[in-house]
Write a protein that binds this ligand. Structure first.
Ligand SMILES: [Zn+2]
Length: 67
């Protein structure tokens, strides 16, 4: 699979299966990354929470994953 565009920055590319490019991923808080790395049946809801906050313009280091 080819890399696709990162949803959180203008020209970052993310690898297959990744939520964000490396630069944006490391911009998230430790707590948010820990939640997003869990792969269970709520993982898709957490991903939607992440992308929803990005779309709303929340700074990466202020994104909170609560799902
Ligand atoms: Zn990015």
């Amino acid at each position: 699979m080819a890399p696709t565009r990162c949803p959180a920055c203008p020209d970052g590319m993310k690898g297959p299966g990744k939520y964000l490019c490396w630069g944006c991923w490391t911009g998230l808080s430790m707590a948010a990354r820990r939640e997003l790395k869990r792969r269970d049946r709520r993982a898709m809801a957490r991903l939607q929470e992440l992308y929803g906050q990005i779309t709303a313009g929340v700074p990466l280091d202020e994104i909170r994953i609560t799902t």
